[in-house]
Design a protein. Structure first.
Length: 560
């Protein structure tokens, strides 16, 4: 961490003046004996009689008891506890005082995050840790390390000092290159990415990336070209982390569309075209553009060394268009806004004599569509047009015109990781999406690809609702800076469309199992290989499923 936790205050011998002050304000004492030496503890308000007596009587010497008592307050999460002791002829007097945080000193960049603690006369580790999370992020990005020391004042007041030190050889800029065959829902199999992450001394981080598909390498499905640009900037403010993200994607495809399937027109989009026969197969050239802009924030509501609860928000604008190449005819036009609010809880358990290291994460977000335009919510006119042009065919219930921008979606997720034995861990993950309407294209639940039904290509399962369950066992091997991690995993997932008849719901489910292998070298190199085979399927279109099987996935990322 870039900011150290505040240390425990060391016990000191009380002065004669302090002893007289204590004597003038008599209080009840907690009494215990060590080797026929009596210790009297005054001023405890946190531990209680039984715990203090047990701690003293289990100590080897009076000095050991005093040190252990100071540490026990710290371990219980009570900061700024000052223990003073005085030895008389008949006993050792131990005085416990809770000091008040009167002032902060240091660079304002870090102290501003802790100003809410000033004046606290009962400061706890939980209070400090909650303020520390965002402050630590800002310090780390700025390239500084802070140690904490104290200056004691009169009347049990204390100054907390943040001592700044620049991190040696700190590099504020990362240059990233990546190649992979993770594929895309619509086109391509081989992709390349170039990006830059830069961290300013203010704690602001700027991220810029460009991604493209290498269609000439084959397996591009019906894709011709893809360009994706993304920009992100965020800053750790005193009350949370806030930022802006922009993404622009354009791609070209030449898909074949067969209108004999009532539930699956091209992107669900060609069903909008008037005069399209349901018994012919044709090939068209299309261009697509997707613009997404969002502002987001997150606040640390509660944080300790073991538990953390985070509140997150995101307001997003999406503008997605698909049209015939060289024409103004829109096959798909979805323009709308969403608001998402969610919470995330994490709990970390460390190795001890009675517990095993583990981590639990639980998250739940609610996303609401705020209305839209274009081809959204135009089902009645589409239905009338379709019946007029295809009187003997069933009207597709899954189509862009049936999608709504006035939706409410719940997105739960959970993960659990525990150590089985030395350097071997078990990871369990579950995620899902549940909504009340047919969703715009960018909101759909999409499965397939690395880490999401790895035996298939992206888009093997698509729906408005769905779930994904994964289990993985992996073992880590370290060789100096190299880290090799083989693993075995299984995945089970399903998806379906909302507000449709059972015949067009596409309630499909799949399962697979496979092996993974990753290799990293510090922060400079990361490469991964994943291969899986199908083990179960319950789908309506077996032919399409077979066409979307994938042999393996790989990725390699270099960071300079």
């Amino acid at each position: 961490m870039a900011i150290d936790l505040p240390p425990a205050l060391p016990p000191v011998q009380a002065t004669e003046v302090q002893v007289k002050n204590y004597a003038s304000n008599p209080a009840s004492a907690i009494t215990a004996n060590i080797n026929d030496i009596q210790l009297k503890v005054f001023g405890d308000t946190h531990l209680g009689n039984e715990e203090i007596v047990q701690l003293i009587e289990s100590s080897k010497t009076p000095s050991d008891a005093i040190i252990r008592l100071s540490n026990r307050y710290y371990e219980a999460g009570h900061l700024l506890m000052k223990i003073r002791y005085y030895r008389s002829l008949d006993a050792i007097y131990v005085y416990v005082d809770q000091l008040r945080l009167a002032e902060l000193r240091g660079a304002s960049q870090v102290t501003d995050h802790f100003t809410n603690l000033v004046g606290d006369s009962d400061l706890t580790m939980e209070e400090f840790y909650s303020s520390r999370v965002i402050a630590d992020l800002q310090a780390k990005r700025a390239g500084y390390h802070y140690s904490v020391s104290y200056e004691e004042q009169t009347n049990n007041d204390l100054v907390m000092v943040f001592n700044q030190k620049a991190v040696e050889n700190y590099d504020a800029t990362d240059y990233i290159l990546e190649a992979n065959n993770k594929g895309n829902r619509f086109l391509g199999r081989y992709f390349g990415l170039a990006g830059i992450n830069h961290r300013f001394q203010t704690g602001t981080q700027l991220s810029v990336a460009y991604q493209t598909a290498f269609a000439d390498l084959g397996e591009s499905r019906d894709g011709e070209n893809l360009d994706q640009f993304s920009l992100g900037i965020d800053h750790p403010f005193v009350n949370g982390l806030y930022g802006v993200e922009l993404s622009y994607v354009e791609y070209e495809r030449s898909p074949s569309t067969e209108q004999s399937s009532s539930a699956s027109c091209l992107l669900g989009a060609l069903c909008l075209l008037p005069g399209t026969s349901t018994s012919t197969t044709s090939k068209i050239d299309i261009d697509a553009e997707i613009l997404q802009a969002s502002i987001h924030g997150q606040q640390i509501l509660y944080s300790t060394t073991r538990n953390q609860f985070v509140l997150k928000e995101r307001l997003q604008h999406i503008d997605s268009k698909v049209q015939r190449t060289g024409q103004n005819e829109k096959l798909l036009e979805e323009k709308y806004q969403t608001l998402e609010i969610g919470g995330e809880y994490s709990r970390t358990q460390y190795d001890s004599q009675i517990t095993t290291a583990s981590q639990l994460n639980l998250a739940l977000s609610a996303r609401a569509g705020l209305g839209g335009s274009g081809t959204l919510e135009d089902y009645e006119s589409f239905k009338a047009r379709y019946i007029a042009e295809n009187p003997n065919s069933a009207v597709p219930e899954v189509a862009p015109a049936a999608r709504s921008a006035d939706f409410f979606t719940l997105l739960p997720s959970a993960s659990y990781q525990t150590r089985l034995f030395s350097d071997t861990s078990l990871k369990l993950n579950a995620s899902g999406q549940f909504t009340n309407e047919q969703l715009p294209q960018q909101q759909q639940f999409v499965l397939g690809g690395m880490g999401s039904l790895s035996a298939y290509l992206p888009g093997v399962l698509v729906g408005d609702e769905g779930y994904l369950l994964t289990a993985k066992i992996e073992r880590r091997y370290k060789f100096n800076k190299f880290e090799l991690t083989p693993g075995v995993f299984s995945e089970y997932a399903g998806s379906w469309y909302k507000n449709t008849s059972s015949a067009q719901k596409n309630d499909d489910s799949l399962a697979d199992a496979g092996l993974s292998l990753s290799l990293s070298y510090g922060e400079s190199l990361y490469t991964e290989l994943v291969a899986a085979v199908p083990v179960y399927d319950d789908v309506a279109d077996e032919q399409r499923l077979n066409a979307l099987e994938a042999d393996f996935y790989w990725r390699i990322r270099l960071t300079f």
